[in-house]
Unconditional design. Structure first.
Ligand code: M6R
Length: 363
Protein backbone atom coordinates (compact mmCIF):
# COMPACT_ATOMS: atom_id res chain seq x y z
CA UNK A 1 0.00 0.00 0.00
CA UNK A 2 1.43 3.34 -1.06
CA UNK A 3 -0.55 5.26 1.56
CA UNK A 4 -0.56 8.98 0.79
CA UNK A 5 2.37 8.69 -1.63
CA UNK A 6 2.03 8.82 -5.41
CA UNK A 7 4.63 6.10 -5.91
CA UNK A 8 6.33 3.37 -3.92
CA UNK A 9 9.66 5.02 -4.62
CA UNK A 10 8.54 8.20 -2.86
CA UNK A 11 7.16 6.23 0.05
CA UNK A 12 10.45 4.36 0.33
CA UNK A 13 12.44 7.60 0.22
CA UNK A 14 10.35 8.90 3.13
CA UNK A 15 10.73 5.67 5.08
CA UNK A 16 14.48 6.21 5.35
CA UNK A 17 14.60 7.85 8.80
CA UNK A 18 12.59 4.94 10.21
CA UNK A 19 14.47 2.12 8.50
CA UNK A 20 17.83 3.64 9.34
CA UNK A 21 16.76 3.67 13.03
CA UNK A 22 15.57 0.12 12.62
CA UNK A 23 18.95 -0.93 11.17
CA UNK A 24 20.71 0.66 14.16
CA UNK A 25 18.35 -0.82 16.73
CA UNK A 26 20.11 -3.03 19.29
CA UNK A 27 23.44 -2.48 17.56
CA UNK A 28 24.56 0.76 19.20
CA UNK A 29 24.07 2.19 22.66
CA UNK A 30 25.44 5.33 24.33
CA UNK A 31 28.20 5.94 21.85
CA UNK A 32 29.31 2.30 21.67
CA UNK A 33 28.88 -0.44 19.15
CA UNK A 34 27.12 -3.46 20.67
CA UNK A 35 29.24 -6.11 19.09
CA UNK A 36 27.50 -8.96 20.83
CA UNK A 37 24.54 -8.32 18.57
CA UNK A 38 26.70 -9.52 15.63
CA UNK A 39 26.92 -13.06 16.97
CA UNK A 40 29.96 -15.11 17.83
CA UNK A 41 30.71 -16.37 14.31
CA UNK A 42 30.76 -12.88 12.83
CA UNK A 43 33.03 -11.61 15.59
CA UNK A 44 35.45 -14.50 14.99
CA UNK A 45 35.57 -13.70 11.26
CA UNK A 46 36.19 -10.02 11.90
CA UNK A 47 38.99 -10.96 14.32
CA UNK A 48 40.96 -12.56 11.51
CA UNK A 49 40.14 -10.05 8.75
CA UNK A 50 43.16 -8.32 7.23
CA UNK A 51 41.62 -7.34 3.90
CA UNK A 52 38.09 -6.97 2.57
CA UNK A 53 36.88 -7.80 -0.93
CA UNK A 54 33.43 -6.37 -1.66
CA UNK A 55 31.39 -7.75 -4.55
CA UNK A 56 27.96 -6.44 -5.62
CA UNK A 57 25.92 -5.01 -8.52
CA UNK A 58 24.26 -1.69 -9.28
CA UNK A 59 23.29 0.39 -6.28
CA UNK A 60 24.71 -2.19 -3.88
CA UNK A 61 28.06 -1.85 -5.69
CA UNK A 62 27.93 1.90 -5.09
CA UNK A 63 27.38 1.26 -1.37
CA UNK A 64 30.51 -0.90 -1.46
CA UNK A 65 32.50 1.86 -3.12
CA UNK A 66 31.56 4.31 -0.34
CA UNK A 67 32.52 1.69 2.27
CA UNK A 68 35.98 1.33 0.77
CA UNK A 69 36.76 4.93 1.77
CA UNK A 70 35.48 4.24 5.26
CA UNK A 71 37.39 0.99 5.74
CA UNK A 72 40.66 2.36 4.44
CA UNK A 73 40.23 5.37 6.71
CA UNK A 74 40.44 3.02 9.70
CA UNK A 75 43.34 1.07 8.17
CA UNK A 76 41.69 -1.91 6.47
CA UNK A 77 42.69 -2.58 2.86
CA UNK A 78 39.61 -3.01 0.69
CA UNK A 79 38.83 -3.76 -2.95
CA UNK A 80 35.41 -3.44 -4.57
CA UNK A 81 34.22 -4.93 -7.83
CA UNK A 82 31.02 -5.50 -9.77
CA UNK A 83 30.04 -9.15 -9.51
CA UNK A 84 29.64 -9.69 -13.26
CA UNK A 85 33.34 -8.91 -13.77
CA UNK A 86 34.63 -10.46 -10.60
CA UNK A 87 33.11 -13.86 -11.23
CA UNK A 88 34.83 -14.36 -14.58
CA UNK A 89 38.40 -13.45 -13.85
CA UNK A 90 41.22 -15.08 -12.02
CA UNK A 91 41.39 -13.41 -8.66
CA UNK A 92 44.38 -13.30 -6.36
CA UNK A 93 43.12 -13.27 -2.80
CA UNK A 94 45.41 -11.70 -0.18
CA UNK A 95 45.75 -13.69 3.03
CA UNK A 96 43.21 -12.93 5.73
CA UNK A 97 40.71 -11.72 3.17
CA UNK A 98 36.99 -11.55 3.95
CA UNK A 99 34.48 -11.62 1.09
CA UNK A 100 31.58 -9.21 1.60
CA UNK A 101 28.63 -9.39 -0.76
CA UNK A 102 26.04 -6.60 -0.69
CA UNK A 103 22.56 -7.12 -2.04
CA UNK A 104 19.06 -5.89 -1.38
CA UNK A 105 17.33 -8.97 -2.77
CA UNK A 106 19.93 -11.61 -1.97
CA UNK A 107 19.08 -13.22 -5.31
CA UNK A 108 21.19 -11.30 -7.83
CA UNK A 109 22.63 -13.98 -10.14
CA UNK A 110 26.10 -12.51 -10.58
CA UNK A 111 26.58 -11.76 -6.88
CA UNK A 112 25.46 -15.25 -5.95
CA UNK A 113 27.79 -16.78 -8.56
CA UNK A 114 30.68 -14.70 -7.19
CA UNK A 115 29.96 -16.02 -3.69
CA UNK A 116 29.76 -19.62 -4.91
CA UNK A 117 33.00 -19.23 -6.86
CA UNK A 118 34.78 -17.73 -3.86
CA UNK A 119 34.75 -20.97 -1.89
CA UNK A 120 37.81 -22.26 -3.71
CA UNK A 121 39.60 -18.93 -3.66
CA UNK A 122 41.08 -18.93 -0.17
CA UNK A 123 38.87 -16.45 1.69
CA UNK A 124 38.67 -16.72 5.45
CA UNK A 125 34.89 -16.57 4.99
CA UNK A 126 31.96 -14.71 3.51
CA UNK A 127 29.67 -12.10 4.97
CA UNK A 128 26.60 -10.76 3.23
CA UNK A 129 24.96 -7.39 3.84
CA UNK A 130 21.46 -8.23 2.74
CA UNK A 131 17.86 -7.12 3.14
CA UNK A 132 15.96 -10.37 2.66
CA UNK A 133 16.43 -12.91 5.48
CA UNK A 134 15.24 -15.93 3.53
CA UNK A 135 17.32 -15.20 0.41
CA UNK A 136 19.94 -17.39 -1.27
CA UNK A 137 22.80 -15.07 -0.32
CA UNK A 138 21.85 -15.21 3.36
CA UNK A 139 21.52 -18.99 3.23
CA UNK A 140 24.80 -19.55 1.45
CA UNK A 141 27.05 -17.01 3.19
CA UNK A 142 28.98 -17.92 6.33
CA UNK A 143 27.50 -14.99 8.21
CA UNK A 144 25.06 -12.21 7.46
CA UNK A 145 24.49 -8.68 8.58
CA UNK A 146 20.89 -7.75 7.86
CA UNK A 147 19.73 -4.36 6.74
CA UNK A 148 16.23 -3.76 7.97
CA UNK A 149 14.81 -1.67 5.15
CA UNK A 150 11.63 -3.73 4.87
CA UNK A 151 10.24 -4.69 1.47
CA UNK A 152 11.46 -2.42 -1.30
CA UNK A 153 9.06 -2.34 -4.23
CA UNK A 154 10.33 0.49 -6.43
CA UNK A 155 12.82 -0.86 -8.95
CA UNK A 156 15.03 2.13 -8.18
CA UNK A 157 16.70 1.27 -4.92
CA UNK A 158 16.61 3.97 -2.23
CA UNK A 159 16.09 2.83 1.34
CA UNK A 160 18.03 -0.37 0.65
CA UNK A 161 21.04 1.77 -0.32
CA UNK A 162 21.03 3.99 2.76
CA UNK A 163 20.55 1.06 5.13
CA UNK A 164 23.39 -0.81 3.39
CA UNK A 165 25.58 2.20 4.11
CA UNK A 166 24.50 2.17 7.75
CA UNK A 167 25.35 -1.53 8.02
CA UNK A 168 28.72 -0.94 6.35
CA UNK A 169 29.44 1.94 8.69
CA UNK A 170 28.75 -0.33 11.69
CA UNK A 171 31.08 -2.95 10.20
CA UNK A 172 33.69 -0.21 9.77
CA UNK A 173 33.48 0.56 13.48
CA UNK A 174 33.74 -3.13 14.31
CA UNK A 175 36.78 -3.69 12.10
CA UNK A 176 38.26 -0.35 13.11
CA UNK A 177 38.22 -1.49 16.74
CA UNK A 178 40.59 -4.24 15.75
CA UNK A 179 42.83 -1.71 14.04
CA UNK A 180 43.33 0.79 16.84
CA UNK A 181 40.17 2.89 16.65
CA UNK A 182 40.10 4.81 19.94
CA UNK A 183 37.07 4.96 22.24
CA UNK A 184 36.67 8.65 21.37
CA UNK A 185 36.73 7.93 17.63
CA UNK A 186 34.22 5.13 18.07
CA UNK A 187 31.96 7.38 20.09
CA UNK A 188 32.07 10.06 17.41
CA UNK A 189 31.22 7.55 14.66
CA UNK A 190 28.41 5.97 16.66
CA UNK A 191 26.94 9.31 17.68
CA UNK A 192 26.88 10.40 14.05
CA UNK A 193 24.90 7.28 13.20
CA UNK A 194 22.58 7.95 16.11
CA UNK A 195 21.79 11.42 14.69
CA UNK A 196 21.36 10.16 11.15
CA UNK A 197 17.57 9.57 11.13
CA UNK A 198 17.01 13.16 12.25
CA UNK A 199 19.45 14.50 9.66
CA UNK A 200 17.62 12.60 6.93
CA UNK A 201 14.30 14.03 8.16
CA UNK A 202 15.69 17.54 7.84
CA UNK A 203 16.79 16.88 4.25
CA UNK A 204 13.38 15.44 3.38
CA UNK A 205 11.87 18.77 4.41
CA UNK A 206 13.64 20.29 1.38
CA UNK A 207 11.55 18.25 -1.03
CA UNK A 208 9.63 21.25 -2.42
CA UNK A 209 12.83 23.06 -3.30
CA UNK A 210 14.19 19.96 -4.97
CA UNK A 211 10.98 19.70 -6.98
CA UNK A 212 11.58 23.22 -8.26
CA UNK A 213 15.12 22.28 -9.23
CA UNK A 214 13.75 19.26 -11.04
CA UNK A 215 11.54 21.42 -13.24
CA UNK A 216 14.69 22.97 -14.74
CA UNK A 217 16.06 19.55 -15.37
CA UNK A 218 13.35 17.65 -17.11
CA UNK A 219 14.04 18.96 -20.64
CA UNK A 220 17.70 17.94 -20.49
CA UNK A 221 19.08 15.06 -22.53
CA UNK A 222 22.31 14.55 -20.62
CA UNK A 223 23.72 15.25 -17.19
CA UNK A 224 27.08 14.99 -15.49
CA UNK A 225 27.33 14.09 -11.82
CA UNK A 226 30.61 15.02 -10.16
CA UNK A 227 32.09 14.17 -6.80
CA UNK A 228 35.36 13.50 -5.08
CA UNK A 229 36.31 11.02 -2.37
CA UNK A 230 33.26 9.09 -1.10
CA UNK A 231 31.07 11.58 -2.93
CA UNK A 232 32.22 10.12 -6.24
CA UNK A 233 30.25 6.89 -5.60
CA UNK A 234 27.42 9.08 -4.27
CA UNK A 235 27.50 10.84 -7.66
CA UNK A 236 27.48 7.43 -9.41
CA UNK A 237 24.39 6.49 -7.45
CA UNK A 238 22.72 9.83 -8.25
CA UNK A 239 23.42 9.33 -11.96
CA UNK A 240 22.11 5.76 -11.84
CA UNK A 241 18.87 6.91 -10.19
CA UNK A 242 18.35 9.62 -12.81
CA UNK A 243 18.99 7.39 -15.81
CA UNK A 244 16.95 4.49 -14.44
CA UNK A 245 13.71 6.36 -13.90
CA UNK A 246 13.89 9.50 -16.05
CA UNK A 247 15.77 7.97 -19.03
CA UNK A 248 18.05 11.00 -19.13
CA UNK A 249 21.58 9.99 -19.99
CA UNK A 250 23.64 10.67 -16.88
CA UNK A 251 27.25 9.94 -16.16
CA UNK A 252 29.28 10.29 -13.01
CA UNK A 253 32.90 11.36 -12.93
CA UNK A 254 35.40 11.98 -10.19
CA UNK A 255 35.58 15.77 -10.48
CA UNK A 256 39.36 15.69 -10.92
CA UNK A 257 38.94 13.71 -14.16
CA UNK A 258 37.03 16.52 -15.91
CA UNK A 259 40.08 17.84 -17.69
CA UNK A 260 40.95 14.38 -18.95
CA UNK A 261 38.01 14.24 -21.33
CA UNK A 262 34.48 14.96 -20.11
CA UNK A 263 35.02 18.72 -20.04
CA UNK A 264 34.69 18.58 -23.84
CA UNK A 265 31.02 17.73 -23.34
CA UNK A 266 30.28 20.81 -21.26
CA UNK A 267 28.33 23.67 -22.82
CA UNK A 268 25.11 25.57 -21.98
CA UNK A 269 23.06 22.43 -22.47
CA UNK A 270 24.97 20.29 -19.98
CA UNK A 271 23.72 20.34 -16.40
CA UNK A 272 26.27 19.37 -13.80
CA UNK A 273 25.12 18.02 -10.46
CA UNK A 274 27.47 17.99 -7.51
CA UNK A 275 27.43 17.36 -3.77
CA UNK A 276 29.67 19.91 -2.09
CA UNK A 277 30.15 18.86 1.51
CA UNK A 278 32.40 20.79 3.82
CA UNK A 279 35.39 18.45 3.53
CA UNK A 280 39.13 18.65 2.77
CA UNK A 281 38.54 18.33 -0.98
CA UNK A 282 36.07 21.23 -1.14
CA UNK A 283 38.46 23.75 -2.69
CA UNK A 284 39.48 21.24 -5.33
CA UNK A 285 35.87 20.54 -6.28
CA UNK A 286 35.08 24.26 -6.41
CA UNK A 287 37.90 24.82 -8.85
CA UNK A 288 36.61 21.91 -10.97
CA UNK A 289 33.17 23.55 -10.97
CA UNK A 290 34.71 26.85 -11.97
CA UNK A 291 35.89 25.11 -15.15
CA UNK A 292 32.33 23.99 -15.79
CA UNK A 293 30.98 27.52 -15.31
CA UNK A 294 33.61 28.95 -17.64
CA UNK A 295 32.12 26.75 -20.40
CA UNK A 296 28.55 27.77 -19.64
CA UNK A 297 27.57 24.54 -17.88
CA UNK A 298 24.59 24.88 -15.57
CA UNK A 299 25.33 23.93 -11.97
CA UNK A 300 22.96 22.14 -9.58
CA UNK A 301 24.68 22.01 -6.21
CA UNK A 302 23.98 20.50 -2.84
CA UNK A 303 26.08 21.90 -0.04
CA UNK A 304 26.00 22.58 3.67
CA UNK A 305 25.86 25.80 5.65
CA UNK A 306 29.58 26.17 6.12
CA UNK A 307 30.36 26.09 2.41
CA UNK A 308 31.02 29.39 0.61
CA UNK A 309 30.40 28.58 -3.02
CA UNK A 310 31.62 31.76 -4.71
CA UNK A 311 30.80 30.77 -8.28
CA UNK A 312 28.96 33.07 -10.64
CA UNK A 313 25.73 31.21 -11.43
CA UNK A 314 24.29 28.11 -9.94
CA UNK A 315 21.25 26.62 -8.30
CA UNK A 316 21.95 25.28 -4.89
CA UNK A 317 20.30 23.71 -1.98
CA UNK A 318 21.84 24.16 1.43
CA UNK A 319 21.58 21.35 3.93
CA UNK A 320 22.12 21.95 7.64
CA UNK A 321 25.49 20.99 9.14
CA UNK A 322 26.18 17.43 8.21
CA UNK A 323 28.62 15.16 10.05
CA UNK A 324 31.51 14.04 7.86
CA UNK A 325 31.24 10.30 8.56
CA UNK A 326 27.61 9.95 7.53
CA UNK A 327 27.61 12.74 4.93
CA UNK A 328 27.62 10.31 1.96
CA UNK A 329 24.35 8.88 3.29
CA UNK A 330 22.73 12.28 3.86
CA UNK A 331 23.78 13.68 0.48
CA UNK A 332 22.28 10.68 -1.31
CA UNK A 333 18.79 11.76 -0.27
CA UNK A 334 18.49 14.97 -2.36
CA UNK A 335 19.83 13.07 -5.37
CA UNK A 336 17.09 10.44 -4.94
CA UNK A 337 14.48 13.19 -4.73
CA UNK A 338 15.89 15.00 -7.75
CA UNK A 339 15.68 11.85 -9.88
CA UNK A 340 12.19 11.14 -8.57
CA UNK A 341 10.78 14.57 -9.35
CA UNK A 342 12.40 14.69 -12.80
CA UNK A 343 10.83 11.32 -13.60
CA UNK A 344 7.42 12.46 -12.38
CA UNK A 345 7.60 15.58 -14.56
CA UNK A 346 8.61 13.44 -17.53
CA UNK A 347 5.71 11.09 -16.85
CA UNK A 348 7.69 7.86 -16.81
CA UNK A 349 6.65 4.74 -14.94
CA UNK A 350 8.62 5.60 -11.78
CA UNK A 351 8.19 2.35 -9.89
CA UNK A 352 8.55 0.08 -12.88
CA UNK A 353 10.95 1.70 -15.38
CA UNK A 354 11.12 0.20 -18.85
CA UNK A 355 13.43 -2.77 -19.48
CA UNK A 356 14.31 -3.30 -15.82
CA UNK A 357 13.41 -5.90 -13.20
CA UNK A 358 13.57 -5.46 -9.43
CA UNK A 359 15.60 -8.56 -8.96
CA UNK A 360 18.12 -9.65 -11.59
CA UNK A 361 18.12 -13.41 -11.15
CA UNK A 362 19.56 -14.26 -14.57
CA UNK A 363 22.85 -13.15 -16.06
O1 M6R B 1 19.23 -6.91 -5.09
P1 M6R B 1 20.58 -6.31 -5.37
O2 M6R B 1 20.97 -5.27 -4.41
O3 M6R B 1 21.65 -7.37 -5.49
O4 M6R B 1 20.43 -5.63 -6.78
C1 M6R B 1 21.51 -5.09 -7.46
C2 M6R B 1 21.07 -4.21 -8.59
O5 M6R B 1 20.35 -4.95 -9.54
C3 M6R B 1 20.20 -3.03 -8.12
O6 M6R B 1 20.84 -2.29 -7.13
C4 M6R B 1 19.86 -2.11 -9.29
O7 M6R B 1 21.01 -1.48 -9.77
C5 M6R B 1 18.78 -1.11 -8.87
N1 M6R B 1 17.71 -1.11 -9.82
C6 M6R B 1 19.31 0.29 -8.73
O8 M6R B 1 18.33 1.21 -8.41
Amino acid sequence: DKGPYAHYMLKEIYEQPAVVSETLEGRIHKGRLLEDSFGHETKALLDSTKHVQIVACGTSYHAGLVARYWLEEVGIPCSVEVASEYRYRRVVVPSGSLLITISQSGETADTLAALRGSREQGYIGSLTVCNVPESSLVRESDVCFMTRAGTEIGVASTKAFTTQLVALRLLTVALGRRYGLTTEQEEAMVNELHSLPRQIEVVLELADEIQIMASDFSDKHNALFLGRGPFYPVAMEGALKLKEISYIHAEAYPAGELKHGPLALVDESMPVVCALPDDPLLEKVLSNLQEVRARGGELFLFSDHKVKIGLDRYQSLTLSDIFPGTAPIVYSIPLQLLAYHVAVIKGTDVDQPRNLAKSVTVE
